[in-house]
Ligand binder design. Structure first.
Ligand code: BGC
Length: 451
C-alpha cells in the first residue's frame, strides 16, 4: 500500500501518526490498568475507563419471541423501531429515522425528551399500535451509571449533544415523564442500554461466542462479558456468573495515559470541542473527529508548502472552516483504486483547493487519510486485544458496528491485522458485523428481562 512508499512529501509530517508495536503494547498495558481501576471499588471514581455495570446478564438463546418497541438515540440518527423476535435466531424490524436538529441537540433536556416521545407516538400511530401496550428497550448511547436495568443516570453528554438538565438525572424517568405529558401512548420502558450492549446482544443472538460489542461510529466504545466476581461494584442478584460491563473506553486518556502519542491536531481538536479534556481516546478514533484530524493535517501540509504550493487565501477558504473535511471523505478517498483518484479529485476540487489536482497530490492526500484512519484502527485494536486477552476464552467473537467501521473500506482490515499481532497466540478471535444492534439488541434485552 502507499503508506510504505518513502518518496512521500508528507512522510515526516505523518510519522507521529504511525504507531509501532512497542507503543501499542504500552497502550495495551495502560488500557488494562485503567480497565481494572474502573472495575475496582476503591479506584473506580478516579478511573478513566469506568466499566459501568449494565445489569444485562443473560445472553440470548436465539429462541426469543415477541414484539418490542425500541428507541435508538446517540448515533448518527435517531430511530424508532418495532422489533418482532421470531425464534430460530430471526427478527423482523420496522424502523423510521427522525432528524435531531442542532437546536435540539443543545437545547433543554425537556425539549429533547418531548421530541423523542413525539416521534415515538407518530411511529406508533403510523404502525397502528396505539391500542397496544408494548415493552420498550431504550438504547441511549452515552455514559450512564446504571442502578438496575431501568435506571440510568447520565454522567456526561458526548458527541456534540449538550442538553442542560439531563446530566445526573435518570434518563428513563425523563423519557417516562415525556410520554406521560403526551398521554396518548401506552408503553412500559423495561430496559435502558448502551449501543455497545445492543451490539453484543444482537451478535450473541446468532453466535454464542460473542463476548464483546464495539462501536466505531460517531463515538467509540466497547462492552464485554465479565465475571461477576471481578466486578466489585456489582450489586445485583447473586447467582449469575457473568454481567456485561460497559467500559466507556472513549474516556481513556483523560488522565494523560495517551499524552505520549497525542499530536498537535489531537490537542487542538480537543481544545475546540464542546467537552475539552474529555473523551480523549474517542477523539483520536471516531467519526465525529476523523475528518477534522485530516483537515488540520492538510492545513499544516499546505502551510509547509508540501501540498498545493500555489494555494492562496481564496482557495483555502473552505478548508479553513471547521468540519469542512467530512469523515466520509476519508472513506471515499481510500476507496479510490490506486492510480484512479476519481473520488479524491472530486473532493479536492469541491473544496476549492485546486482546479485540477495532480495524481501526486492525490497520492499525498490519500497517504494522510490512510495514516489517520490506520492509527484509529490500531488504537481500537489495542483495546480489543486487551479485552480478548482479559476474557481469556479459547475463542472470542467481537461484535462490531458503527458508521466508520461500516463505511470505511479498510478499517476492518487495519484493525484485524493489528489485533492478530496483539492477541495472545493461544486465543483465536473473529470480528462479526452486527445487524442492527441498537434495535434488535434493545428488543433482546427487553425480552430477556420480561420473558
Ligand atoms: C458514548 C458511549 C457510546 C459511544 C458509541 C460515546 O461517546 O460515551 O456511551 O457507546 O459513544 O456510540
Amino acid at each position: 500500500m502507499s503508506t510504505t512508499k518513502t518518496t512521500r512529501k508528507c512522510r515526516n509530517l505523518m510519522e507521529e501518526f504511525i504507531l509501532d508495536n512497542s507503543q501499542l503494547l504500552e497502550i495495551n498495558r495502560r488500557f488494562l490498568n485503567e480497565l481494572n481501576r474502573g472495575l475496582c471499588k476503591r479506584t473506580h471514581d478516579q478511573a478513566d475507563v469506568k466499566c459501568f455495570v449494565t445489569y444485562v446478564q443473560d445472553l440470548p438463546t436465539g429462541e426469543e419471541i415477541g414484539r418490542y418497541m425500541a428507541l435508538d438515540l446517540g448515533g448518527t440518527n435517531f430511530r424508532v423501531l418495532l422489533v418482532t423476535l421470531k425464534a430460530h435466531h430471526e427478527a423482523d424490524i420496522k424502523s423510521k429515522t427522525y432528524a435531531i436538529s442542532q437546536e435540539i441537540m443543545t437545547g433543554p433536556g425537556v425539549q429533547l425528551f418531548d421530541h423523542i416521545a413525539e416521534c415515538l407516538a407518530t411511529f406508533m400511530k403510523e404502525q397502528d399500535l396505539l391500542e397496544d401496550h408494548l415493552h420498550l428497550g431504550f438504547t441511549f448511547s452515552f455514559p450512564c451509571k446504571q442502578v438496575g436495568l431501568t435506571k440510568g443516570y447520565l454522567i456526561r453528554w458526548t458527541k456534540g449533544f449538550n442538553c442542560p438538565g439531563v446530566e445526573n438525572e435518570d434518563v428513563v424517568e425523563l423519557l417516562k415523564d415525556a410520554i406521560k405529558r403526551r398521554g396518548d401512548i401506552s408503553i412500559s420502558v423495561v430496559a435502558i442500554l448502551n449501543d455497545t450492549t445492543g451490539t453484543l446482544m444482537s451478535c450473541a443472538h446468532r453466535n454464542k461466542n460473542c463476548h464483546i460489542g464495539v462501536i466505531i461510529g460517531t463515538g467509540c466504545n466497547a462492552c464485554y462479558l465479565e465475571r461477576v466476581e471481578n466486578v466489585e461494584l456489582y450489586d445485583g442478584q447473586p447467582g449469575k456468573p457473568y454481567v456485561i460491563v460497559n467500559a466507556e473506553m472513549g474516556a481513556f486518556g483523560e488522565s494523560g495515559s495517551l499524552d505520549f502519542i497525542r499530536t498537535d491536531e489531537d490537542k487542538s481538536i480537543d481544545r475546540a470541542s464542546m467537552n475539552p479534556g474529555k473523551q480523549i481516546y474517542e477523539k483520536m478514533i471516531s467519526g465525529m473527529y476523523m475528518g477534522e484530524i485530516v483537515r488540520l493535517v492538510l492545513l499544516k501540509a499546505i502551510d509547509k508548502k508540501l501540498l498545493f504550493p500555489n494555494c492562496g487565501k481564496q482557495q483555502l477558504q473552505r478548508l479553513a472552516m471547521s468540519d469542512s473535511f467530512e469523515t466520509r471523505f476519508v472513506s471515499e478517498i481510500e476507496e479510490d483504486k490506486e492510480g484512479d483518484w476519481t473520488n479524491c479529485k472530486r473532493i479536492l476540487t469541491d473544496l476549492g483547493l485546486s482546479k485540477q489536482p495532480t495524481n501526486d497530490e492525490c497520492a499525498e492526500v490519500r497517504y494522510i487519510c490512510e495514516c489517520v484512519s490506520r492509527r484509529a484502527a490500531h488504537l481500537v485494536a489495542c483495546s480489543q486485544a486487551t479485552m480478548i486477552n482479559k476474557i481469556n476464552e479459547g475463542h472470542s467473537t467481537v461484535g462490531v458496528d458503527g458508521t466508520v467501521y461500516r463505511l470505511h473500506p479498510k478499517f476492518n482490515e487495519y484493525m484485524e491485522e493489528k489485533m492478530k499481532e496483539l492477541v495472545n497466540p493461544n486465543i483465536s478471535f473473529d470480528l462479526m458485523l452486527s445487524e442492527d444492534g441498537s434495535g434488535r439488541g434493545a428488543a433482546l434485552v427487553a425480552a430477556t428481562v420480561t420473558g
